[in-house]
Ligand binder design. Structure first.
Ligand code: NAG
Length: 262
Protein backbone atom coordinates (compact mmCIF):
# COMPACT_ATOMS: atom_id res chain seq x y z
CA UNK A 1 0.00 0.00 0.00
CA UNK A 2 2.79 2.32 0.97
CA UNK A 3 4.53 1.75 -2.36
CA UNK A 4 1.35 2.30 -4.32
CA UNK A 5 0.63 5.45 -2.41
CA UNK A 6 4.10 6.64 -3.17
CA UNK A 7 3.68 5.76 -6.83
CA UNK A 8 0.49 7.79 -6.90
CA UNK A 9 2.13 10.79 -5.26
CA UNK A 10 5.02 10.58 -7.71
CA UNK A 11 2.65 10.32 -10.66
CA UNK A 12 0.69 13.33 -9.50
CA UNK A 13 3.74 15.47 -9.01
CA UNK A 14 5.16 14.28 -12.34
CA UNK A 15 1.87 15.23 -13.93
CA UNK A 16 1.83 18.60 -12.22
CA UNK A 17 5.36 19.42 -13.37
CA UNK A 18 4.59 18.22 -16.90
CA UNK A 19 1.82 20.80 -17.14
CA UNK A 20 2.52 24.18 -18.65
CA UNK A 21 2.99 27.06 -16.23
CA UNK A 22 -0.56 27.30 -14.97
CA UNK A 23 -1.86 24.12 -13.40
CA UNK A 24 -5.02 26.06 -12.64
CA UNK A 25 -6.05 25.32 -16.21
CA UNK A 26 -5.93 21.59 -15.47
CA UNK A 27 -9.39 20.11 -15.67
CA UNK A 28 -10.37 16.91 -13.89
CA UNK A 29 -13.38 14.68 -14.41
CA UNK A 30 -14.17 12.36 -11.54
CA UNK A 31 -16.38 9.27 -11.83
CA UNK A 32 -17.11 6.82 -9.07
CA UNK A 33 -19.05 5.80 -6.00
CA UNK A 34 -19.30 6.96 -2.38
CA UNK A 35 -15.52 7.00 -2.07
CA UNK A 36 -15.32 9.91 -4.52
CA UNK A 37 -18.79 11.50 -4.38
CA UNK A 38 -18.96 15.18 -3.39
CA UNK A 39 -22.75 15.62 -3.26
CA UNK A 40 -24.59 14.41 -6.38
CA UNK A 41 -26.94 12.24 -4.34
CA UNK A 42 -28.13 15.32 -2.42
CA UNK A 43 -29.97 16.20 -5.63
CA UNK A 44 -31.64 12.79 -5.97
CA UNK A 45 -34.76 13.18 -3.90
CA UNK A 46 -35.44 9.50 -3.29
CA UNK A 47 -31.89 8.26 -2.93
CA UNK A 48 -31.25 6.23 0.20
CA UNK A 49 -27.48 6.58 -0.29
CA UNK A 50 -27.00 9.95 1.39
CA UNK A 51 -24.39 11.71 3.43
CA UNK A 52 -26.07 15.09 3.89
CA UNK A 53 -26.58 14.93 7.63
CA UNK A 54 -24.37 15.07 10.77
CA UNK A 55 -21.79 13.92 11.54
CA UNK A 56 -20.60 13.64 7.97
CA UNK A 57 -18.33 16.54 7.14
CA UNK A 58 -17.40 17.47 10.72
CA UNK A 59 -13.73 17.70 9.77
CA UNK A 60 -14.36 19.25 6.36
CA UNK A 61 -13.89 22.93 5.78
CA UNK A 62 -17.03 24.54 7.19
CA UNK A 63 -17.76 21.50 9.37
CA UNK A 64 -21.06 20.75 7.61
CA UNK A 65 -22.25 17.66 5.74
CA UNK A 66 -21.80 18.17 2.00
CA UNK A 67 -22.78 14.76 0.67
CA UNK A 68 -19.26 13.40 1.06
CA UNK A 69 -19.37 9.98 2.69
CA UNK A 70 -16.62 10.89 5.11
CA UNK A 71 -15.91 13.18 8.03
CA UNK A 72 -13.30 14.96 5.91
CA UNK A 73 -12.08 15.02 2.34
CA UNK A 74 -12.51 12.37 -0.35
CA UNK A 75 -9.63 11.01 -2.40
CA UNK A 76 -10.71 13.32 -5.25
CA UNK A 77 -10.42 16.34 -2.94
CA UNK A 78 -6.98 15.23 -1.79
CA UNK A 79 -5.68 14.67 -5.31
CA UNK A 80 -7.09 18.03 -6.45
CA UNK A 81 -5.27 19.75 -3.61
CA UNK A 82 -2.06 18.01 -4.63
CA UNK A 83 -2.60 19.20 -8.19
CA UNK A 84 -3.20 22.73 -6.93
CA UNK A 85 -6.74 23.01 -8.29
CA UNK A 86 -10.15 23.27 -6.60
CA UNK A 87 -12.04 19.99 -6.19
CA UNK A 88 -14.66 19.96 -8.98
CA UNK A 89 -18.33 20.42 -8.02
CA UNK A 90 -21.02 17.72 -8.25
CA UNK A 91 -22.53 17.55 -11.76
CA UNK A 92 -26.08 17.78 -10.44
CA UNK A 93 -25.33 21.08 -8.70
CA UNK A 94 -24.61 22.79 -12.04
CA UNK A 95 -27.19 24.72 -13.99
CA UNK A 96 -27.20 24.54 -17.76
CA UNK A 97 -25.34 27.80 -18.35
CA UNK A 98 -22.94 27.53 -15.49
CA UNK A 99 -19.37 28.53 -16.36
CA UNK A 100 -18.28 25.90 -13.85
CA UNK A 101 -18.86 23.39 -16.67
CA UNK A 102 -15.45 24.48 -17.92
CA UNK A 103 -13.51 23.79 -14.73
CA UNK A 104 -13.95 20.06 -14.22
CA UNK A 105 -16.90 18.09 -12.89
CA UNK A 106 -17.50 15.32 -10.38
CA UNK A 107 -20.06 12.69 -11.47
CA UNK A 108 -19.52 10.22 -8.63
CA UNK A 109 -22.55 8.90 -6.80
CA UNK A 110 -22.79 6.81 -3.64
CA UNK A 111 -24.09 3.31 -4.34
CA UNK A 112 -22.94 3.31 -7.97
CA UNK A 113 -21.26 0.38 -9.63
CA UNK A 114 -20.04 -0.77 -12.99
CA UNK A 115 -23.27 -2.72 -13.45
CA UNK A 116 -26.68 -1.06 -13.73
CA UNK A 117 -28.25 -3.28 -11.09
CA UNK A 118 -25.59 -2.63 -8.45
CA UNK A 119 -27.00 -0.70 -5.48
CA UNK A 120 -30.51 -0.81 -6.92
CA UNK A 121 -32.00 -0.84 -3.41
CA UNK A 122 -30.73 2.70 -2.84
CA UNK A 123 -33.61 3.63 -5.21
CA UNK A 124 -31.68 6.46 -6.87
CA UNK A 125 -27.99 6.82 -7.72
CA UNK A 126 -26.03 7.62 -10.84
CA UNK A 127 -24.75 4.30 -12.15
CA UNK A 128 -21.55 4.42 -14.19
CA UNK A 129 -23.68 4.38 -17.35
CA UNK A 130 -25.64 7.35 -15.98
CA UNK A 131 -22.38 9.13 -15.18
CA UNK A 132 -21.14 8.54 -18.72
CA UNK A 133 -24.40 10.01 -20.06
CA UNK A 134 -23.98 13.04 -17.80
CA UNK A 135 -20.46 13.48 -19.15
CA UNK A 136 -21.84 13.34 -22.68
CA UNK A 137 -24.35 16.06 -21.81
CA UNK A 138 -21.58 18.12 -20.23
CA UNK A 139 -19.60 17.90 -23.46
CA UNK A 140 -22.60 19.28 -25.35
CA UNK A 141 -22.76 22.22 -22.94
CA UNK A 142 -19.02 22.80 -23.31
CA UNK A 143 -19.30 22.66 -27.13
CA UNK A 144 -22.10 25.21 -27.05
CA UNK A 145 -19.94 27.49 -24.91
CA UNK A 146 -16.56 27.33 -26.63
CA UNK A 147 -17.10 25.56 -29.96
CA UNK A 148 -16.29 22.05 -31.20
CA UNK A 149 -12.53 22.33 -31.64
CA UNK A 150 -11.82 24.00 -28.32
CA UNK A 151 -14.25 21.65 -26.55
CA UNK A 152 -12.46 18.58 -27.93
CA UNK A 153 -9.12 19.93 -26.79
CA UNK A 154 -10.63 20.79 -23.42
CA UNK A 155 -11.79 17.24 -22.71
CA UNK A 156 -8.76 15.61 -24.35
CA UNK A 157 -6.36 17.49 -22.14
CA UNK A 158 -8.28 16.71 -18.99
CA UNK A 159 -7.33 14.24 -16.30
CA UNK A 160 -9.80 11.47 -15.51
CA UNK A 161 -10.34 9.64 -12.25
CA UNK A 162 -12.51 6.56 -12.04
CA UNK A 163 -13.09 4.81 -8.72
CA UNK A 164 -15.57 1.98 -9.10
CA UNK A 165 -15.96 -1.71 -8.40
CA UNK A 166 -16.46 -2.07 -4.65
CA UNK A 167 -20.22 -1.74 -4.84
CA UNK A 168 -20.45 -4.41 -7.52
CA UNK A 169 -19.39 -6.72 -4.71
CA UNK A 170 -20.73 -5.21 -1.49
CA UNK A 171 -24.00 -3.95 -2.88
CA UNK A 172 -24.54 -6.67 -5.43
CA UNK A 173 -22.63 -9.93 -5.82
CA UNK A 174 -22.10 -10.60 -2.10
CA UNK A 175 -25.73 -9.87 -1.20
CA UNK A 176 -27.75 -13.07 -1.01
CA UNK A 177 -30.94 -11.31 -2.14
CA UNK A 178 -29.40 -9.95 -5.35
CA UNK A 179 -29.77 -12.07 -8.47
CA UNK A 180 -26.20 -11.71 -9.77
CA UNK A 181 -24.71 -13.78 -6.94
CA UNK A 182 -27.08 -16.64 -7.81
CA UNK A 183 -26.91 -16.26 -11.54
CA UNK A 184 -23.14 -16.08 -12.06
CA UNK A 185 -20.18 -18.02 -10.77
CA UNK A 186 -17.49 -15.71 -9.52
CA UNK A 187 -15.39 -16.17 -12.62
CA UNK A 188 -18.37 -15.30 -14.80
CA UNK A 189 -19.06 -12.25 -12.65
CA UNK A 190 -15.49 -10.99 -12.99
CA UNK A 191 -15.76 -11.50 -16.73
CA UNK A 192 -19.04 -9.55 -16.74
CA UNK A 193 -17.48 -6.68 -14.77
CA UNK A 194 -14.39 -6.45 -16.91
CA UNK A 195 -16.20 -6.68 -20.23
CA UNK A 196 -18.81 -4.14 -19.10
CA UNK A 197 -16.14 -1.71 -17.91
CA UNK A 198 -14.19 -2.24 -21.09
CA UNK A 199 -17.23 -1.20 -23.15
CA UNK A 200 -17.94 1.74 -20.86
CA UNK A 201 -14.40 3.07 -21.15
CA UNK A 202 -14.60 2.73 -24.93
CA UNK A 203 -17.78 4.84 -24.97
CA UNK A 204 -16.39 7.36 -22.49
CA UNK A 205 -13.20 7.97 -24.44
CA UNK A 206 -14.38 7.28 -27.97
CA UNK A 207 -13.88 10.41 -30.01
CA UNK A 208 -10.75 11.64 -28.36
CA UNK A 209 -7.17 11.04 -29.19
CA UNK A 210 -5.16 11.61 -26.07
CA UNK A 211 -5.85 11.51 -22.37
CA UNK A 212 -4.35 11.91 -18.99
CA UNK A 213 -6.15 9.26 -17.15
CA UNK A 214 -5.91 7.75 -13.72
CA UNK A 215 -7.86 4.59 -13.12
CA UNK A 216 -8.58 3.47 -9.58
CA UNK A 217 -9.91 0.03 -9.04
CA UNK A 218 -10.64 -0.27 -5.39
CA UNK A 219 -10.06 -3.58 -3.81
CA UNK A 220 -11.24 -2.41 -0.46
CA UNK A 221 -13.57 -5.26 0.24
CA UNK A 222 -11.22 -8.06 -0.56
CA UNK A 223 -11.34 -9.20 3.05
CA UNK A 224 -15.04 -9.75 2.80
CA UNK A 225 -14.67 -12.10 -0.11
CA UNK A 226 -16.46 -15.34 0.53
CA UNK A 227 -13.47 -17.52 -0.17
CA UNK A 228 -9.99 -17.32 -1.55
CA UNK A 229 -11.16 -17.98 -5.12
CA UNK A 230 -12.89 -14.60 -5.02
CA UNK A 231 -9.67 -12.93 -4.08
CA UNK A 232 -8.00 -14.70 -6.96
CA UNK A 233 -10.86 -13.52 -9.13
CA UNK A 234 -10.16 -9.94 -8.17
CA UNK A 235 -6.48 -10.30 -8.88
CA UNK A 236 -7.25 -11.67 -12.30
CA UNK A 237 -9.61 -8.73 -12.90
CA UNK A 238 -6.83 -6.34 -11.98
CA UNK A 239 -4.32 -8.07 -14.18
CA UNK A 240 -6.87 -7.99 -17.00
CA UNK A 241 -6.85 -4.21 -16.76
CA UNK A 242 -3.11 -4.09 -16.74
CA UNK A 243 -2.92 -6.33 -19.76
CA UNK A 244 -5.60 -4.56 -21.73
CA UNK A 245 -5.21 -0.99 -20.68
CA UNK A 246 -1.55 -0.65 -19.97
CA UNK A 247 -0.81 -0.84 -23.64
CA UNK A 248 -3.64 1.47 -24.49
CA UNK A 249 -2.57 3.70 -21.70
CA UNK A 250 1.10 3.86 -22.63
CA UNK A 251 0.26 4.45 -26.23
CA UNK A 252 -2.00 7.34 -25.30
CA UNK A 253 -0.11 8.88 -22.40
CA UNK A 254 -2.54 7.68 -19.84
CA UNK A 255 -1.41 7.02 -16.28
CA UNK A 256 -2.90 3.97 -14.68
CA UNK A 257 -2.66 2.86 -11.11
CA UNK A 258 -4.49 0.28 -9.14
CA UNK A 259 -5.01 1.41 -5.59
CA UNK A 260 -5.08 -1.64 -3.39
CA UNK A 261 -6.47 -0.45 -0.12
CA UNK A 262 -5.94 -3.67 1.80
C1 NAG B 1 -27.63 -0.31 -18.53
O1 NAG B 1 -28.25 0.96 -18.63
C2 NAG B 1 -28.00 1.65 -19.85
C3 NAG B 1 -28.68 2.99 -19.77
O2 NAG B 1 -28.16 3.76 -18.77
C4 NAG B 1 -28.50 0.83 -21.02
O3 NAG B 1 -28.19 1.48 -22.21
C5 NAG B 1 -27.85 -0.54 -20.99
O4 NAG B 1 -28.40 -1.34 -22.01
C6 NAG B 1 -28.08 -1.21 -19.66
N1 NAG B 1 -27.31 -2.44 -19.62
C7 NAG B 1 -27.86 -3.61 -19.35
C8 NAG B 1 -26.96 -4.80 -19.40
O5 NAG B 1 -29.03 -3.73 -19.04
Amino acid sequence: MMILRLALAVAISAYATAQPASTSSLVTYIFGDSLTEVGNNNYLQYSLARADFPYYGVDFSGGKATGRFTNGRTIGDIISTKLGIPSPPPYLSLSQNDDAFLSGINYASGGAGILNETGIYFIQRLTFNDQINCFKKSKEVIRAKIGDGAANKHVNDAMYFIGLGSNDYVNNFLQPFMADGQQYTHDEFVELLTSTLNNQLTVLFQPTSHFHFLLFLYQKYQNRARDSSEQIGWSSALSFFFQHYYYYILSQYIYTFCLLSQ
